[in-house]
Ligand binder design. Structure first.
Ligand SMILES: *Cc1c(COP(=O)(O)O)cnc(C)c1O
Length: 416
C-alpha cells in the first residue's frame, strides 16, 4: 500500500482499497493511452498538499483575499518556469484543465456566433475546436478541416482555401490523434492572411515541444494552450502561453471570465513538473518517447498492421485494425484483458461509428517514463499481433497478461 493509501485507510478503508487497486493496475499493465503518463513522486506529493486549503482569486500580488504570502510566490514561480521553459512572453497557469483553457481563448477573442475553424474530431481534432456536441460548436459557428484521404495528413492548401472562404476569427491547430509534425508556422501564416487569431493547442505534445523534439508554436501563435498532464508529466491541469500584448485579454478570460479560485495545489505540482522538464534528463526522455513510438509503429507495420501515415513523428501511433479482421473496440477490449491498455479510436474517413470505430490509438509517454526502450516496443507489437489474430482467445490473453506482469515488474513506474 502506498503512503497515500496508508493515510486514507484508517479514515476511509473503502476508498483506500480502490486507490490501492488502481495503483496495482497502473503498476502491472502496459499503459499505451497516448494522453496518459506517470507523474513523478515529487509532482504527486506537491499536488497532494495543504495548498488545497487556500482561496486566492486573482493573480499574484493582485488578489481578492489576504494570506497569499506563499501562494503568490508559488504561482509566480510556476509562471516564471512556464515562460522560461517555453520561451513565452506571458503564462497563465490557472486553467483547471485543457478544455477550460481553450474555452478561455474563445472568451478572450470571440463573440457568440463568431466563426471558429479547427480540425474535425474524427480526423484527429479535439472537441473544443468546434465539434458539434461541444459548447464550442454550438455557441460559435464551427468550420472543420480534416486530413487528405491518400496521405492521412493535413493538407495546408486545403486549410488555406477553407479559411479564405469561411474567414474564421479563430483558427486552431493541434489535436488528439495526429501522428505527424504540425507545421505551426504555416498555420500562423494562414491565420494572418485571413485575419484570424491563431491558437496552437499542444496538449498532447507539450513535453516534446519543451524538449525541442517538436517545433514550438510559441514564436508564431497568438496563443498556445496546453494540458500539463500528458507528455509534460505534470498533474492534471492547463496553461495558456501568449505574447505580452494578449496578456490582459487572456488573464481576464480565465479569471474572472471563466473560473473562480485557482487550484493552488495543482499549481504547485505544475511548478515541480516544469522544473523537471527543464532538466537535461527530460530532453533525453522526450527523444526516447519518439524513438519508442517509431519502433512501435515499425514493428506493427512488420506484423501487417495498417499504421495511419505509415509511421509517426511524435509520441502517437494510430492504427486501422480492419485489415486484421477485427475492429477498434473488440481489439482494445482483448488487449486490456491481456494487460495492454489502449483506446479505440476513429481513423480518418472511418466508415464505422465513433463508438465502434476501425482503429486504436497508442502512445509511448507512459511506457517511456518507466524506462522501456525499442526492444520492449517490439515485444509489445508482437503481443498485439497475437491478440489481434485471436481476439476471443481468453487463454492467450491470460498467458500474455502474465508475461506483461513479468515485463512491467522490471520497469518500476515513477510515482508508484
Ligand atoms: C487532452 C486535450 C485537451 C483537453 O484536455 P482536458 O484536460 O481533458 O480538458 C484539449 N485539446 C487537446 C488537443 C487535447 O489532446
Amino acid at each position: 500500500m502506498s503512503h497515500a493509501a496508508d493515510t486514507v485507510h484508517p479514515v476511509d478503508p473503502e476508498l483506500a482499497a480502490l486507490l490501492t487497486a488502481e495503483e496495482s493496475l497502473q503498476r502491472d499493465t502496459i499503459r499505451l493511452i497516448a494522453s496518459e503518463n506517470y507523474a513523478s513522486a515529487a509532482v504527486i506529493a506537491a499536488t497532494g498538499t495543504v495548498l488545497t486549503n487556500k482561496y486566492s482569486e486573482g493573480y499574484p500580488t493582485r488578489r481578492y483575499y489576504e494570506g497569499q504570502q506563499n501562494i503568490d510566490r508559488i504561482e509566480q514561480l510556476c509562471i516564471d518556469r512556464a515562460k522560461s521553459l517555453f520561451g513565452a512572453g506571458h503564462a497563465n497557469v490557472q486553467p483547471y484543465s485543457g478544455s477550460p483553457a481553450n474555452l478561455a481563448i474563445y472568451f478572450a477573442f470571440l463573440k457568440p456566433g463568431d466563426t471558429v475553424m479547427g480540425m474535425a474530431l474524427p480526423a484527429g481534432g479535439h472537441l473544443t475546436h468546434g465539434w458539434g456536441v461541444s459548447i464550442t460548436g454550438t455557441y460559435f459557428r464551427p468550420v472543420q478541416y480534416g486530413v487528405r484521404k491518400d496521405t492521412g495528413r493535413i493538407d495546408l492548401d486545403e486549410v488555406r482555401d477553407l479559411a479564405k472562404k469561411e474567414r474564421p476569427k479563430l483558427l486552431f491547430a493541434g489535436g488528439t490523434a495526429i501522428p505527424r509534425t504540425i507545421d505551426f508556422a504555416a498555420f500562423a501564416e494562414i491565420a494572418r492572411e485571413v485575419g484570424a487569431v491563431f491558437a496552437a493547442d499542444i496538449a498532447h505534445i507539450a513535453g516534446l515541444v519543451a524538449a525541442g523534439v517538436h517545433p514550438s508554436p510559441v514564436p508564431v501563435a497568438d496563443v498556445v494552450s496546453t494540458t500539463t498532464h500528458k507528455t509534460l508529466r505534470g498533474p492534471r491541469g492547463g496553461m495558456l502561453l501568449c505574447r505580452e500584448t494578449h496578456q490582459k485579454a487572456i488573464d481576464k478570460a480565465v479569471f474572472p471570465g471563466l473560473q473562480g479560485g485557482p487550484h493552488n495545489h495543482t499549481t504547485a505540482g505544475i511548478a515541480v513538473a516544469l522544473h523537471e522538464a527543464a532538466q537535461p534528463a527530460f530532453k533525453a526522455y522526450a527523444q526516447q518517447i519518439v524513438a519508442n513510438a517509431r519502433a512501435l509503429a515499425a514493428a506493427l507495420v512488420e506484423h501487417g498492421f495498417d499504421v495511419i501515415t505509415g509511421g509517426t513523428d511524435n509520441h502517437l501511433v494510430l492504427v486501422d485494425v480492419t485489415g486484421k479482421g477485427t475492429a477498434g473496440k473488440p481489439l482494445a477490449r482483448a488487449l486490456d484483458a491481456a494487460g495492454i491498455v489502449t483506446n479505440y479510436n476513429t481513423v480518418p474517413f472511418d466508415p464505422r461509428k465513433p463508438f465502434d470505430p476501425s482503429g486504436i490509438r497508442l502512445g509511448t509517454p507512459a511506457v517511456t517514463s518507466r524506462g522501456m526502450r525499442e526492444a520492449e516496443m517490439k515485444q509489445i507489437a508482437a503481443w498485439m499481433d497475437a491478440i489481434a489474430q485471436a481476439p476471443a482467445d481468453a487463454a492467450l490473453q491470460a498467458r500474455i497478461r502474465g508475461e506483461v506482469k513479468e515485463l512491467t515488474s522490471r520497469f518500476p513506474a515513477p510515482g508508484l
